[in-house]
Structures are given as C-alpha cells and as structure tokens.
Write a protein that binds this ligand. Structure first.
Ligand code: NAD
Length: 493
C-alpha cells in the first residue's frame, strides 16, 4: 500500500484561528505498523510485571506534573480554555495515573472461587489477563484527562496502547507520547498516531484487542460497527444531556453556584456538565434569580481574559445557535442572554426557563454555555423527565434529605448528590454511561478490569470414584448424580 507520510493537517488556536502546529496524517499502513510494533513489545511489557509497570507509570506522572505549566499552556492553546482549567485537568489526569499504577496488581489478583459440593475435588480460580494492544481514540474537550482515563488503566493492566488524539488537540497527544518515551524502558509501549477521522477508522480495523472510544454518540456508533467486523470489543464513552434536580429542601446557594459552573465552565463543553435543570416549583423563582445573578458575573474570553474560552470546534457553534433558536421558537423564555449571546467564536452565558421538553435544547447535547431550567411539581416529575432522554451519562441531585432516594431512581452511570462532576475526580469509582451515552467503564477497579479478560483455571485436587466426564460413566453414576442434584436442590456448583 502506498505511504502517505507527507500528508499533514494543522491545529489552530480557536480564539484567532491561527495555525499553531502541523501534524502527520497517519494512513492505514502507518497505523498497522504502530499496532504491530505495540504487539511485539506486549510480551516485554508483561514481563516487567506490576512493580515494574508501576515504577514506569509513576515516573511518567512525575514528569507530567513537573512540566504541568508546559502542557497546560499547550492544552490552552489547542482548546482555547483558561490555563488554570488546563492545570486542573492535568492534575486530575495524574490522580488517575497514580491510582491505576498503584492498584492494578490487587485488582487483577487471581481469585479463588468455591467449586461447590459436587465438584469439591476441584480447585477453581479466575485469573485476569491483559488483552494485548489497546487502541484509544480521544476527544478534544478534555484532551489529557479524558483519554488518560483509558490509556493509564490499559497500561497499568499490562496492555500496550496506540492512541489517536482528536484532530483538534494533536499536540497534546504527541506531548504525552514524547514524555512517556523519556521514561519508557523500551519503545512502542505507548505511541500516538495523529490524523483525522480516517486515522481513527484505520485504528478500528487494525486488529487491536480492544478499542476505547471517547467522543460523540454519532461517531461511537460508526466505531462500534467498524469494530464488529473484526470482533474487536469496544468501550464507548459518549455524550450526555445531564440533568440537575433541585428539591425544595436543597441548599439553593450551593446548588446554583455548582450548577452555573457545571453548565458554563469549559464553554459548556463537558460531557458530564449540567445541560438541563428540573427545579421544584416551590423554590424555582428563588433558584432562577440566583442563577441569573451568577451568570452576570461570568463571561467568555481568550485564555487569561475570560472565565471560559471559545467553542473549540467552530462547527459546534451552529449546533448551539440552533438549540437557542429552537428553545425560543418552541416557547421557552430566555431569562439571561439569547440569540445575541453568540459572539463567535465565543458564546456568552444563556439561561432559558420553561422550555418545552420536545425542544432540541432539552433533548440533544448542546455542548455550549447554555442551560435550560424547567419547573416541576414534585420530585417524581423531575425523575421522570430526567430519565426521558436517549442519554444516560450523569446527573446531579440537590436535596438535604432525599438525595439518595432520588439518585437511586435515575437511569444513568453516575450521580453526584449535593455536588457536581465530583465522581470524575475520585479515581476509585467507575466512569461511564448507559443508553446512548455508551457502555463499558473507565476509572476505578472496573476501569482496570475493562482492559483485561478473565481466564478460568480449574484443577483436580484429588480423584473421586464418579466419572462425570468419561464414556465409562455408569447407570449407577447417573442415578447418583440425579439423587445428589435433588438432595442439593440443583446447587451443583
Ligand atoms: P467526535 O465523535 O467528533 O470525535 C472523537 C474522535 O473520533 C476524534 O479523535 C475523531 O478524529 C475520531 N473519529 C471521527 N470519526 C471517526 C471514525 N469514523 N472512526 C474512528 N474515529 C473517528 O467527538 P468530539 O467532538 O471530539 O468530542 C466531543 C464529544 O465527546 C461530545 O459528545 C462529548 O460529550 C463526548 N465526550 C464524552 C466523554 C465521556 O467520557 N463520556 C468525555 C469527553 C467527551
């Protein structure tokens, strides 16, 4: 196949559109080479063992933290977000890196299972094995935190990794691979391949042993279909339309403060950010007034000048504008901002109230600094409306006394009670969604296990006079088996 190594693409500073970097478009054969090299070193990475991998991963974390100013600056340039937000993202990524490195061994320890009364002569164990080469495809909104949620858990479990970053943040991907190379005992354990959608497509069909995708639901479906052709298992971390439920007994000030940040920070480009609020009508006016007061205190701007930056991906601005128009056309009221808030590439905060539930502003992921606040009669209505979307990523519940009860009825992967987004910062808990928000889990023990397969090993400890698995089995043996089954009421194993 012809090599296309000369093909390149540019990354831009979203505030001005200025070109800030030029990167290779890796073609199918380049991707195949990267996966083949990663496969060759898989065994050596296995042989290093948990202790060796932990040492390498902690050394990587040290480098990332030591150069956090440098990488934060790059994240800020590629996404347009404030450098202080980028710094937070870097330190959260390293929290996960350290946790995965320190816990992989105990999570993957061989477990001993009960063989049951009839198989009591056997020992039964379940081992956890690394898969091989894991492909990771990442988005641009949290270009270090998000992909590292897959990369570091896969590496800690003993896999080698080939990473394709978003075409909007290729520099961050390359920086990660270069810093890893500095502490790696040998090459190809973790490599980065840059490019556009076609490079991602090539990774899906490259024969990796698992593909971890984070991005939009639309692309996730294409990725899952492509991977199905080679039976490549997938983890899909996709979009959301996360609800916030405010009960009548909520601490409204705290709820408003956290919700405005959840909705507007990072220009609303947070998969687990607040997109819609269901507030008890008894406290709705008070909550809305608090939100408007807070919205007045924030504004977008270039890094260093705003509370949040521009839309990183220019075409998202059309989606945001169409949702604003739809909310208004369907009869919603803009209580803060409106269509005039579009100051491309920036969007000023927009708050709607009483938006009909069939509006795209309520049903589809906006991924902008806009928020819908709808009043509800009671918490049952809030729960029903929260669940009435195709998404099921995360949610936030604000109530002094009923938080747990409300949370237990939400169909989503993560819920924060009297808090927002906090589960993403707790390395020990799994992260992921249901419905169109995806499947599979990153982070926590589940995130390590996601990049392993179980291998069952059973062993005869001593021989018994009944031959179950032999042509020598007698009618007497059959009788005994049936009698034992009846006696044990089917508790064979
Ligand atoms: P996207 O789907 O446009 O792209 C994601 C990645 O897929 C990019 O690297 C892109 O190059 C690649 N890609 C595109 N087409 C492909 C194809 N056909 N085959 C293989 N790869 C392909 O998403 P985005 O705009 O980069 O990211 C924003 C989305 O990501 C939002 O919907 C957001 O909610 C979601 N997100 C989810 C999580 C989560 O953990 N659930 C985290 C962050 C972002």
């Amino acid at each position: 196949m012809a090599r296309h190594k000369s093909a390149t693409f540019d990354s831009h500073f979203p505030v001005t559109g200025e070109i800030i970097g030029t990167y290779l478009i890796h073609a199918d054969d380049d991707v195949a080479d990267a996966v083949a090299s990663a496969r060759i070193v898989f065994e050596a990475w296995q042989e290093i063992g948990f202790a060796g991998r932990k040492k390498v991963l902690l050394a990587w974390s040290k480098i990332i933290l030591e150069r956090s100013d440098e990488i934060s600056e790059l994240i800020s340039r590629e996404t347009g977000k404030p450098t202080s937000d980028a710094k937070l993202e870097v330190s959260l990524a390293c929290t996960h890196l350290g946790w995965a490195a320190r816990h992989a061994e105990e999570i993957m320890r061989t477990s001993h299972r009960s063989p049951g009364p009839i198989m009591a002569n056997m020992s039964a164990t379940v081992e956890r094995c690394a898969l091989g080469v894991v492909g990771v495809i990442g988005p641009w909104n949290y270009p270090i935190f998000t992909p590292m949620g897959s990369i570091v858990y896969a590496l800690a479990a003993g896999n080698t990794v080939v990473f394709k970053p978003s075409e909007y943040t290729p520099g961050v991907g390359m920086w990660l691979a270069q810093t890893f190379e500095e502490i790696a005992p040998f090459a190809h354990i973790f490599t980065c391949i840059t490019g556009l959608a076609d490079t991602g497509r090539a990774l899906c069909k490259s024969g990796v042993d698992k593909l971890a995708f984070t991005g939009s639901t639309k692309t996730a479906k294409v990725v899952a279909a492509a991977c199905a052709k080679t039976m490549t298992p997938v983890v899909l971390e996709c979009g959301g339309k996360d609800p916030v439920i405010i009960a009548a007994d909520a601490n409204l000030k705290r709820a408003a403060d956290a919700t405005i940040w959840s909705a507007m920070s990072n220009a609303g480009q947070t998969c687990i950010g607040a997109e819609r609020v269901y507030v008890d009508e008894k406290v709705a006016d008070q909550f809305i007034a608090l939100m408007i007061d807070l919205a007045k205190t924030i504004h977008p701007g270039a890094p260093g000048l705003g509370n949040y930056g521009p839309a990183t991906m220019p075409k998202q601005l059309d989606v945001i504008e169409s949702h604003i128009k739809d909310a208004l056309a369907k009869g919603g009221t803009a209580v803060f901002g409106g269509i005039g808030s579009m100051k491309r590439p920036f969007v000023e905060p927009v708050i709607f109230v009483d938006v009909p539930e069939d509006s795209t502003a309520v049903q589809e992921e906006t991924f902008g600094p806009t928020l819908v606040i709808n009043r509800v009669k009671n918490m049952n209505e809030a729960i029903a409306l929260s669940n009435a979307t195709r998404y099921g990523l995360a949610a936030s519940v604000w109530s002094k006394r009923h938080g747990k009860k409300i949370a237990s009825q939400l169909k989503c992967g993560m819920v924060a009670i009297n808090s927002t987004i906090s589960f993403a910062a707790i390395a020990s808990v799994p992260f992921g969604g249901v419905k169109d928000s995806g499947y599979g889990r990153i982070h926590g023990a589940e995130g390590i296990l996601e990049f392993t397969y179980s291998r069952t090993v059973v062993r005869t400890r001593f021989n018994i006079p009944i031959a179950f698995t032999s042509f020598k089995r007698t009618a007497g043996n059959d009788k005994l088996i049936i009698a034992l089954s009846k006696l044990l009421k089917g508790r064979f194993g």
